[in-house]
Design a protein around this ligand. Structure first.
Ligand code: ATP
Ligand code: MG
Length: 530
């Protein structure tokens, strides 16, 4: 038998070493829990979850809960009891959630007071086939409905030295720990299988890039049903440092928490960072790093961070790699404009051309990633088959690497516009539009066109000074005139719209379908202009 590394859940290891250290601080209620207190709660929840293990090789637990310490409790309890966690997005509709529940077939769904009625509706909408039973609904709070069952002693820490009720299961490296859905930017969200090994490798590699200080304190204000919210919790448990949990982002509240709790690290999507800066946020002495990921951080945003002494680390990551792939330091981001830095240790990125052949440094192609953080595959085999190739996982992202391995992410493969047989890189058009001194942001998409197949279309956001009904400087025809000297005819937008903001997905990426809808509705056709 090969040497493997059977392990217990991360919390079991942690509590044995530093039981008295703070694990969680709940910004909402002011409560704080030590690792010992968290462990006690987890033990009890795990005891009541054990009933759901029966009859299934890899039992699954849906979690329909907000970003709160109880989410963390349920997560570690599932890990202790050997269940795979399926985090569900509380902002989705019942129909969307029922679809996800059908695909993942959880044995039970855990909810809380706020989500109980939704969980019951999801389970009612769930079409169980012969092989799967409709999931049970469990809650960490007092049930409001007779059909919901309460998890035993879930919020009661119990006697501090009470005998544990459960023996933590032994986990192998390749055991599934989470099924995490992608953000669905390019289609229906994909269900990504992440193993114990993926998540431990991710936390370890992240520590090698950012360092760990015993006094670190991470703020988690991204939803825990996305990698960006779950990763800080797993990392901190491995490192033995506390996490401050904030249920949702709010520019004023988050700025206050960063300050009051003397936060040392936080993950944000670029739009959140921008909103914080707009609200007058300046860094505290204690802040060590702000990971900016999920979407590109513009040079302008990074410049504003420098002015406010915010240590911004542009980061490229994805659900399929349990978060970070590459992260740039603030110094690197300043000296190499637009970079997301070098891949984390153990992670390899290969840039390949359309034929799948690696290209030399400086040349653009699709980014292919490999290493221990990379998922073994999606829940649905057809996605796995198309995503994996010779050099690893094909990310669908387009970019290039310099001689030192620093990475630039330009756009997604699927964003490429083909007009009259010519390829247009939306990033190039966006860069020209953004160079206009009254343009704050822009999105460029292809719209179906009878003559050209697709035509280039742009949705432009004026800067705050100007506003969307400003002085006419951002009138579509004058925007086109601005592009004319910089872009070949086929690259110039044929349809231009102006909006207050770009529609975005929950994880901060531009929602391209919504951009298309906006442009179809009120974009101006400028194709006739000279
Ligand atoms: P789906 O896979 O369902 O289309 P998604 O790719 O948006 O959704 P996530 O896993 O949340 O789902 O996001 C990862 C993607 O976000 C990356 O593949 C990349 O396209 C984009 N991304 C992340 N960080 C950056 C960055 N720093 N710069 C540019 N793009 C980024
Ligand atoms: Mg993706």
């Amino acid at each position: 038998h090969p040497v493997d590394w059977p392990t217990r859940d991360l919390l079991s290891h942690r509590v044995a070493v530093t039981p008295q250290r703070t694990a969680l601080l709940d910004e909402e209620t002011g409560a704080t829990w030590t690792y010992r207190e968290l462990d006690r709660r987890v033990d009890r929840v795990a005891a009541s979850l054990e009933e759901f293990e029966t009859g299934r090789d890899q039992p699954r637990l849906g979690v329909l809960m907000d970003t709160r310490p109880t989410f963390v409790t349920v997560f570690f309890a599932a890990m202790r009891a050997g269940l795979t966690v399926v985090p569900l997005n509380v902002r989705e509709t019942v129909a969307e959630l029922a679809g996800k529940a059908e695909r993942t077939a959880p044995n039970a769904v855990v909810c809380e007071r706020d989500t109980e009625s939704m969980a019951l509706e999801v389970v009612d909408a769930f079409e169980s086939d012969a092989a799967t039973e409709s999931p049970a609904v469990l809650t960490v709070d007092e049930p409001a409905n007779g059909r919901t069952r309460r998890l035993r002693a879930s919020v009661d820490a119990g006697e501090p030295d009470a005998t544990p009720l459960v023996e933590p299961v032994s986990l192998e490296r390749d055991d599934p720990l989470v099924i995490m859905f992608t953000s669905g930017t390019s289609g229906e969200p994909k269900a990504v299988r992440l193993t114990v090994g993926n998540l431990v490798a991710s936390a370890t590699a992240s520590a090698f890039r950012l360092g760990v200080d015993p006094d670190d304190r991470w703020l988690c204000c991204l939803p825990m049903y996305h990698m960006g919210g779950l990763a800080p919790v797993l990392r901190s448990t491995l490192y033995g440092t506390p996490v401050v949990v904030q249920r949702s982002f709010d520019r004023h509240e988050t700025a206050r928490v960063l300050d009051e709790y003397e936060i040392t690290g936080v993950s944000l999507v670029p739009t959140m960072c921008k909103r914080l800066l707009d609200a007058g946020w300046v860094s505290t002495e204690s802040l060590r790093f702000v990971l900016l990921g999920g979407a590109p951080a513009s040079s302008e945003l990074l410049e504003r961070c420098r002015t406010a002494s915010v240590p911004a680390y542009p980061t490229y990551g994805m659900t399929e790699t349990a978060s970070q792939i590459a992260t740039a330091t603030p110094a690197e981001a300043a000296s190499h404009e637009g970079t997301v830095g070098q891949p984390l240790v153990f992670t390899d990125v290969t840039v390949v051309d359309d034929a799948g052949e690696p290209v030399p440094a400086g040349e653009t192609g699709e980014l292919v990633v490999s290493g221990p953080t990379v998922t073994p595959g999606y829940l649905e085999d057809e996605h796995t088959d198309t995503a994996f190739g010779e050099h690893g996982l094909y990310t669908g992202d387009v970019g290039y690497q310099d001689e030192d391995g620093r990475l630039w992410v330009l756009n997604r493969r699927s964003d490429r516009i083909v007009t009259g047989g010519e390829n247009v890189d939306p990033g190039e058009v966006i860069a020209v539009l953004r160079a206009h001194h009254h343009v704050e942001d822009a999105a460029v998409v292809g719209l179906a066109d009878d003559e050209w197949g697709e035509r280039v279309a742009a949705l432009v956001v004026p800067d705050a000074e100007l506003g969307s009904d400003g002085d006419g400087a951002l009138e579509p025809h004058s925007l086109l005139a601005h592009c004319t000297p910089h872009l070949a005819g086929f690259k110039r937008p044929k349809t231009i719209g102006v909006a207050d903001s770009l529609p975005r997905t929950a994880s901060g990426t531009v929602d391209r379908d919504a951009v298309r809808d906006r442009l179809l509705e009120d974009g101006v056709d400028v194709s006739g202009a000279a």
